[in-house]
Ligand binder design. Sequence first.
Ligand code: PLP
Length: 354
Amino acid sequence: MTATERVGLSGCYILGPEVQKFESSLREFCHSEYVVGCGNGMDAIEIALRALGIKAGDHVLTSPLSAFATALAVIRAGGEPVYCDVDKHGLINPDLVQACLEKNPKIRFVLPVHLYGNMADMHSLRKITEGFGTILIEDAAQAIGASRAGTKVGALSRIACYSFYPTKNLGAIGDSGAITTAEAELDQSARAIRDYGQTEKYVHSVLGLNSRLDEMHAAILHDAFLPRLKDWTARRRAIAGRFLREIRNPDVTLMPGPDVEGGVWHLFPVLVAAEQRIAFMDHLKSYSVQAGQHYPTLIPDQAAMLSRVQTPMIFGELAVARELVRREVSLPIHPFMTAAEVDRVIAAVEDWKV
Ligand SMILES: *Cc1c(COP(=O)(O)O)cnc(C)c1O
């Protein structure tokens, strides 16, 4: 029986045996003790913060260059995002994290984002946060299976958060997400929080969310998608390898991550001159190459953040993040690209003249 037939006939559609099976296969894939499936990646971050005891007004240091969901989850959990600048890879800068923690004792959490499929410098962040007694968690929505200098995503923090939004490296046919942790207590607590805070049927020990994982998503992820993730990642790496070797245009700057082999190439970002970006994207379009921008606006510059009573708390100038926001273009990369499509992307980039 296929996953859809199995679930359809089972009469159990939410948080049942298929979710357990998927959680256990993901545990193996992520080399993690515990996995808790949930509704989406944004909820995964909120659940992580709540399981770790975030209190109203706690400051959470994170990256301004990410999906809006990263900071929105912090606010939904009752925290206040604090932003510091990134390095040239778009990953939170550990030196600035250190400086920010020295200056702001209200920061209780540090939440790096593994942007574009590249891991932030978790070794430095772990050392720094240990020194301050600050809790480290990871937004790994773009980086399932990534590593950096031999260290895997999730290995050095209390909780790592994943999204299975359809465009992610492991994408469901709808919304879903998960957290991973090595701690039994956090596993138990996250399980309660995803389901109204229930520790037993009709026993509500904390105020939770409704962020349950559907059986259908879990069954399809388990049967059809997770078993292919290793091959898909290999394909992304092969395509990225071709882009890195064959794109030679001096007006297009490549952005290889800090560990090219360990990255999982959720995106393939390049940089062009800020005033040329629209023209470059139009040029690509004329070759039927659909490029993207990740991201065109920093999170603290978004209207929803500026209109809050609490104005965004920014440490320093965010100069690097602002430059990336003005210059970044994401070339198409996904495991189903044909060799001809990869050729076309390279040809289009090579034919670009300022
Ligand atoms: C996609 C994404 C999220 C949010 O995940 P959803 O499943 O869409 O809620 C959070 N952080 C980053 C970096 C993401 O790319």
